[in-house]
Design a protein around this ligand. Structure first.
Ligand code: ATP
Ligand code: MG
Length: 556
């Protein structure tokens, strides 16, 4: 696995690449490869969308083709400009280059309308007065054919006139539809006279009030790909059954006909991926917006400190399949750690501080620390060492358990890059809480320059009290307590109540005052962190933990 992650440029072949290779060999598309990502602007993008974007863009890039970003904005009721903007930002952040081709399905509404008229003229479409419910009721079952609509045999003239009246807003919502005239007995439900247009007096985010009829997804989608001369129209498996319908429409219209190819959705454990559910988490404030760092959204991951490279490596690792599966969150975290290990600067920050007074030390000195052992060019920095330092509360135990190698009364530990200290005394408050340790240091044990050959088993991080600043630090855990909340009807009952821990007064290296999002840091021994782009301000620094150093996701 390591090997694959380290060589993101070496793409594994997959069944889609095999199809394209074959098409190039037979010159099916005159050597062209043109893919697209067609989101509906009704929510923020999640990691599943990232997979689709990277797959489509990756193919275009590797085959010297083109990649379109196209908004499938055919449903006016749930779509908003905010979503369009966030999607553009996310696709750009992932590095998928659409060369300014931001396209909108709604820009093709006129053409779609003309295509519908062409089908009516061919007696392949008709205006139907059945209500949505009646259409559903007459669809038939798996074993029985559907019932033909009594309006199925209207004349071309009548259909043309009624369809125009529909378009002009002369009928109320829901009273008529335009249906394709295919086959009410087809074993494929999608071919049982599907709806092409419904009446909807709704305001569209780009078209305003121009349209009183709106195309259905199935009618619109194939036409959009055809208009844009897409070669390989890649979508997820649930559209496999729709392919015969798309094919039928394009054949009847006698227009350019892309090839649809289906692949399995990406699903991740311990989270939900349906936009409807993600929207609910946002609207009902289970999370703090679409970009909450616990969300599986691209914006959430970005805010949490994930890098595009790590997401690319992750999607490459899981590959492209024909069968649905649940991917392990720990694989994604592995990819993040792998990337940040190479890039992140190391700093010493103490999340839950315990004061240590070194009674036999006076003054102050500089201690040299390595910025990134994985990248020598990152250089070194100077840390201050002084009489008062902070260590992590968890690095001290009043009564050490067996095998505890950190600090305890009478015990010794090495302060990273600095001296060995020994704990001589515990200071407690009136409630018996430990508030301070009194220690002594051994002068000749300084890392790198000391003369002592003394060795201790424990090495801990620390920070000098006069060279640190306070910060808020946010630690995250999985958002759900069950592996597959998607499968649960009462999925909200499985939200992890401890998915966010806020630490108010962590001590961070003073140098981090100038840190900017999205620079990643490793707080030594505590994980990878980055500035929170939403809540950090001149008054208060807030850090998010991107990922811990160890894999905390593997089943305990
Ligand atoms: P919904 O149908 O619930 O609105 P959607 O996630 O299918 O949601 P779209 O905006 O239609 O949303 O998705 C855009 C593209 O992303 C589609 O081509 C779709 O197939 C693909 N896609 C969506 N979810 C995933 C996923 N989990 N894995 C891979 N591709 C996905
Ligand atoms: Mg969809």
């Amino acid at each position: 696995m390591n090997e694959i992650l380290n060589k993101p440029s070496e793409k594994k072949s997959n069944f889609i690449r095999e199809i394209i290779d074959e098409d190039l060999r037979t010159n099916k598309w005159n050597g062209r490869v043109h893919t697209r990502f067609p989101p509906e602007p009704n929510g923020y993008l999640h990691i599943g969308h990232a997979k689709s974007i990277l797959l489509n863009y990756g193919l275009a890039k590797d085959y010297n083709g083109k990649f379109n970003l196209r908004f499938d904005d055919t449903n006016p009721e749930k779509e908003e400009q905010e979503y369009v903007d966030s999607i553009v930002e996310d696709v750009k952040w992932l590095g998928a280059d659409f060369e300014n081709r931001i396209l909108f399905a709604s820009d093709y509404f006129d053409e779609m309308y003309l295509f519908a008229i062409a089908l009516i003229k061919k007696e392949k479409a008709y205006v139907c007065d059945l209500t949505a419910e009646q259409i559903r009721e007459t669809r038939g079952t798996l074993t029985e054919p559907g019932i033909e609509s009594p309006f199925r045999n209207r004349s071309v003239e009548e259909n043309l006139s009624l369809f125009e009246q529909m378009k002009n807003g002369e009928f109320p919502d829901g009273t008529k539809t335009l249906r394709a005239k295919i086959d009410m007995a087809s074993p494929n439900f999608n071919l049982r006279d599907p709806i092409m247009y419904r009446i909807l007096h709704a305001h569209h985010h780009r078209q305003g009030d121009k349209w009183k009829i709106y195309p259905t997804y199935d009618w619109a989608h194939g036409i959009e790909d055809s208009i844009e001369k897409i070669t390989h129209s890649i979508c997820t498996l649930e559209f496999e059954n729709h392919r015969p319908l798309y094919d039928w429409y394009l054949e009847q219209l006698e227009v350019y006909h892309p090839q649809q190819i289906e692949f399995a959705r990406l699903n991740l454990n311990y989270t939900v991926m349906s936009k409807r559910r993600l929207l609910k988490l946002v609207q009902e404030k289970f999370v703090d917006g679409w970009d909450d760092p616990r969300m599986p959204t691209i914006s959430g991951f970005r805010r949490r400190g994930y890098t595009p490279e790590s997401i690319i490596n992750f999607t490459d690792t899981i590959g492209v399949a024909k069968r649905d599966a649940l991917s392990d969150f720990s694989l994604l975290e592995f990819a993040i750690r792998d990337d940040l290990n190479k890039k992140a600067l190391r700093v010493m920050s103490v999340l839950k501080p315990l004061k240590v007074v070194i009674t036999n030390y006076d003054g102050e000195e500089d201690i040299e620390a390595i910025n990134n052992p994985e990248d020598i060019t990152a250089g070194t920095r100077k840390l201050k060492f002084s009489k008062e330092i902070f260590i992590e509360q968890s690095d001290f135990m009043e009564v050490p358990v067996k095998g505890y190698h950190r600090l305890f009364l009478g015990g010794e530990v090495r302060l990273r890059y600095a001296y060995i200290i020994k704990c001589d005394e515990i200071v407690k408050d009136e409630n018996d809480n430990i508030i301070e340790l009194r220690c002594t240091y051994e002068q000749d044990t300084k890392s790198g320059s000391g003369t002592s050959t003394k060795k201790v088993k424990g090495v801990i991080h620390w920070i000098s009290a006069n060279n640190c600043v306070d910060a808020e630090v946010r630690l995250y855990d999985r958002l759900f307590t069950v592996e597959n909340p998607n499968a649960e009807e009462n999925w909200l009952d499985f939200i992890n109540p401890n998915s966010l821990e806020i630490i108010e007064n962590a001590k961070i290296e003073a140098g981090l005052l100038s840190a900017k999002f999205p620079t990643n840091f490793q707080f030594e021994r505590m994980g990878y962190f980055c500035i929170d782009s939403k809540y950090s301000s001149a008054k208060k620094i807030v850090f998010n933990r991107t990922v811990s150093l160890k894999d905390s996701w593997t089943k305990k």
